[in-house]
Design a protein around this ligand. Sequence first.
Ligand SMILES: C[S@@+](CC[C@H](N)C(=O)[O-])C[C@H]1O[C@@H](n2cnc3c(N)ncnc32)[C@H](O)[C@@H]1O
Length: 263
Amino acid sequence: MEKRTDWYEHPEYYEAIFGTDTVREADFLQALSARHGTGGRLWLEPACGAGRLVEEAARRGLEVVGYDISEAMLRHARKRLTPAQRRRVRLSQSRMETFFEPSLEGRVDVAHNLVSTFRYLDSEAAAREHLIGTRRLLKPGGIYVLGFHLTDYERFKPEHERWVGQVGKDRVVCNTHEGLPDRRLRLSPMRNRLRITGPGKDWLIETTWYFRTYSGPQARKLFRDAGLRVAAAYDFDYDLDSPVGRGSPRLDRVFVLQPDPER
Ligand SMILES: C[S@@+](CC[C@H](N)C(=O)[O-])C[C@H]1O[C@@H](n2cnc3c(N)ncnc32)[C@H](O)[C@@H]1O
């Protein structure tokens, strides 16, 4: 078996597992955009990865700006676009902590970051900088749709999820473990194993990192500190008619954030 260490160096396998909900997510974002009356033409995707949602938004005729820290993911994103889509898309290498583009200031209708990527920002300062920077780019009625799992600090067992996908003749088995959260450091240890088997191929791609942890009140305090208000909250069912209340036992959350006019 051949061992490798960064799943984001292998976008095709990453997307075989995590790229299956793209149309539903884009439908949900467009429905949110209509509900909040954003106008909806200019979308920004921080940490856009290999560009599955960038491509889908461009396919729908939207203007799209995306950035990511990983050049391998961006290469894949650029390759997948048709020439017509490329004219509507701008991609660059940048970090969530520091991204700023003067020509976008106050212009973005919809920013989105749906699959827990926000939790890579591993300190309060980094997360706040990202939110303040994104808020500056939103127009006054624009929305930042932020999806991630809240943390149950009372949890006493690690969590495990398993998915299976296929890329051509290669079978992809993905196992993700989230260890116990450290309440003081506000971090959870994460481990992802992708096992890829196919003709002449047996790879194990193991990636480890830490995710920042948030209770509901910790997330809401951070949003307030960054000058954002929670306009609505949902879960990963993406059902516009079923917003989640603060008391919901579910931990998956999609927050719809708007610039707070009073801040
Ligand atoms: C889970 S993927 C999500 C990709 C994409 N948003 C999607 O929904 O398919 C996480 C992405 O975050 C990027 N990333 C991680 N830390 C980052 C940072 N500090 N700034 C920018 N991108 C980052 C990784 O390179 C990776 O492409």
